[in-house]
Write a protein that binds this ligand. Structure first.
Ligand SMILES: CCCCCCC[C@@H](O)CC(=O)SCCNC(=O)CCNC(=O)[C@H](O)C(C)(C)COP(=O)(O)OP(=O)(O)OC[C@H]1O[C@@H](n2cnc3c(N)ncnc32)[C@H](O)[C@@H]1OP(=O)(O)O
Length: 297
């Protein structure tokens, strides 16, 4: 079954209510590998409640909260779910995330773009993450690359296609990064990370990974996203999670659990609050996250 633009665009998502606790906050950070080195002072406030600062939530915890799950697998979507990949993630934080809170996630599909037969389609989902009292914590945009669904607009009597999102900018080619941060990704990272709510079999089942065109299960894009955000906070914000205001990034190539991620950060000339970033896998010297933009308070 091919994608039907109107059916998919009009899909409704029930608000997802969630009460996350300090334990969830710590498990999220642990699933990214914080605490791999128990003496790492920059990681401890996110995985141990006994610090003088109290337990702190990584701002990227927002990406797993109020999440509607792996709904693309439902047959009526028309999506070839085995072939989909997370393409980009863009988040704006409006308030720091508490370590324990009742939240609600409100999702809707905002864009569906046909890139053409054999090239794929782009699906953009927006999620507003609010407290139960209605305060907006974060606005999230998830760009999904539907590798198996290009050309849908030629079917069913000519289905529409939306305008693309404003493009993210590539990182500087003419100068070395101002900061660099290295993180080891644990071999079981994807198996741990999926427990945060993204149960896409691509990250766990070797047979599904092969069907999708990979040699073995790949890491969730949002796990790499969390790692890059932590690298940025550690290098440029004294580890203060409340300072992250914006982070956009493109997932340029797959990351495999067990690899080493090197995040490279450039200062944007100006008031010192904006940065460009990318990340590469050290073992393959391959850029895996690109077109990064971040803003700190
Ligand atoms: C719906 C339910 C929600 C589900 C959410 C996700 C659930 C998760 O479980 C899934 C995951 O986490 S998957 C893991 C993370 N993602 C990845 O590993 C993807 C890595 N990226 C790739 O493989 C390629 O970039 C690839 C394959 C994405 C694109 O590569 P190419 O086809 O070679 O593209 P290229 O020829 O370079 O460019 C063609 C056009 O596409 C645009 N583009 C490229 N990479 C993009 C990307 N990552 N995201 C968005 N757009 C992208 C290019 O700009 C180009 O556009 P245009 O034709 O307009 O010039």
């Amino acid at each position: 079954m091919a994608i039907d633009y109107h059916h998919l665009k009009n899909r409704t998502f029930a608000p997802v209510h969630q009460h996350y606790t300090e334990r969830d906050t710590m498990l999220y950070a642990l699933s990214l590998g914080l605490g791999n080195d128990p003496l790492d002072a920059a990681a401890l406030p996110f995985v141990y409640e006994g610090m003088s600062s109290g337990l702190r939530a990584l701002p990227t915890l927002a990406v797993v909260l109020g999440y509607p799950g792996f709904w693309a697998r439902e047959a009526d979507t028309g999506i070839d779910w085995v072939k989909l990949l997370h393409g980009e993630q863009r988040v704006r934080w409006h308030r720091p995330l508490p370590a324990d809170c009742e939240v609600v996630g409100k999702s809707r599909i905002t864009h569906l773009i046909d890139k053409g037969e054999g090239k794929g389609a782009i699906l953009v989902t927006e999620r507003l993450l609010e407290t139960r009292a209605g305060e907006l914590l974060a606005t999230l945009q998830q760009v999904t690359f539907l590798r198996g669904d290009g050309g849908y607009s030629q079917q069913g009597g000519g289905q529409p296609s939306d305008e693309a999102l404003p493009a993210l900018q590539p990182t500087p080619q003419d100068r070395a990064p101002d900061f660099s941060d290295t993180q080891a990704i644990r071999p079981e990272a994807a198996l741990l990370y999926r427990l945060m709510g993204d149960y896409n079999p691509l990250h766990a089942d070797p047979a599904v990974a092969v069907k999708a065109g990979f040699e073995r299960p790949i890491l969730h894009g949002l796990a790499s996203y969390g790692l890059v955000a932590h690298a940025l906070l550690r290098q440029c914000a004294d580890g203060d999670p409340a300072r992250l205001k914006a982070l956009d990034i493109r997932f340029a190539a797959p990351v495999y659990p067990g690899e080493t991620l090197v995040t490279e950060i450039w200062r944007v000339p100006g008031d010192g609050k904006q940065f460009q970033l990318r990340a590469r896998v050290a073992e393959r010297d391959k850029v895996v996250l690109s077109h990064g933009f971040a803003e700190l308070a």
